[in-house]
Design a protein around this ligand. Structure first.
Ligand code: C5P
Length: 315
């Protein structure tokens, strides 16, 4: 993510993400869960713009305007109030730097909400970078990453915006190089899912056969599905990579919404290399064989009343 100056304004685009792999290693004393996940930024973008306050607005707290380009009357709406992560991020940066926050943020929303695509987190990372530049603060990546981690688990990933393995709550980011360009179709059903609710549904129990199987596999063979996934992606063995893609939150999400199993079935039948739910859902993606197959599949799926159908690729 690179903020750029346009006249007296500052602008940045904020990508969405997909999780190609997500394992929940256990609950933590702080109420969060310990994760190991492979996240990939993809070419679906919100845009954030900051403009200076007019003389009569000087000294007034920053304002946020949102232009929502998300379709569907039932789609969850962005939070317009002070709880919005853009304003919270800007305010936390101003507090840390000991300055008064100012100006107007204008957010254009294209990333589906409650989809597991990280839209709110990406907007927050964008706000940190934009305000850091616009207000002349000049904090380092490390300093911003520490503020980002306090604001939300996925926000540090978006600050650096390259493919990465994220651990801990998600805030420990290890960039992964050498992955090929991947083409995706993403379907966001009409109903979204709350991250907190999906995590609280997740149980480390016998109804989590995939997780248990993977743990047994690891202990017995020292095998690491995530390493296998990254190695197969780097070799361009995309069909094989599907064997190693998994999301430990998928069954918890499926208990909350019938859309998860429905979309799993839809993608199983559409001839993609691999498919899975992203993050805590409710969006599901297929890894397609080419940009052309992605476009054709999206055209077919768009006729089936499944919700929002998007074609995208890794950044
Ligand atoms: O960190 P973030 O605000 O994005 O998390 C939203 C909610 O998701 C948390 O309040 C928590 O309930 C859950 N969560 C979790 N473990 C994580 C990340 C999120 O339990 N590693």
């Amino acid at each position: 993510m690179f903020p750029c100056k346009v006249g007296s304004a500052w602008e940045v685009v904020a990508p969405a993400k997909l999780n190609l792999y997500l394992d929940v290693l256990g609950g933590r004393p702080d109420g969060f869960h310990e994760l190991e996940t492979l996240m990939l930024p993809v070419r679906i973008y919100d845009s954030l713009r900051w403009t200076a306050a007019s003389p009569e607005e000087n000294g007034v707290a920053p304002a946020l305007r949102i232009r929502n380009l998300l379709s569907g009357a039932d789609a969850p709406q962005p939070d317009l109030g002070p709880g919005n992560l853009v304003l919270r991020a800007a305010e936390s940066l101003a507090r840390a730097a000991g300055i008064a926050p100012c100006g107007t943020f204008e957010l254009i929303k294209r990333i589906p909400i409650q989809a597991g695509m990280g839209g709110g987190s990406s907007d927050a990372a964008a706000a940190l970078l934009l305000a850091n530049a616009a207000w002349g603060i000049g904090y380092s990546y490390e300093r911003l990453a520490s503020l980002a981690g306090e604001l939300g688990s996925d926000i540090p990933f978006f600050l650096q915006s390259s493919a990465a393995i994220c651990r801990g709550r998600g805030e420990q980011v290890e960039p992964v190089a050498g992955l090929p360009l991947l083409h995706f179709v993403v379907v966001k059903p009409p109903v979204g899912l709350s991250t907190a609710e999906v995590f609280s549904r997740w149980r480390r129990s016998s109804d989590q056969p995939a997780t248990l199987r993977r743990e047994t596999e690891r202990i017995e063979t020292g095998d690491r599905p995530l390493s296998k996934l990254i190695a197969s992606l780097r070799h361009g063995a995309l069909a094989e990579s599907g064997i190693w893609m998994q999301n430990a939150l998928e069954s918890a999400a499926a208990e909350l919404s019938p859309w998860i199993n429905r979309l799993r079935q839809v993608f199983a039948e559409c001839g993609c290399y691999a498919h899975g739910m992203t993050g805590s859902g409710s969006a599901t993606f297929g890894v397609m064989r080419s940009a052309r197959q992605a476009r054709r599949t999206a055209q077919l799926l768009a006729t089936r009343r499944l919700g929002t159908v998007l074609v995208t690729a890794s950044c």
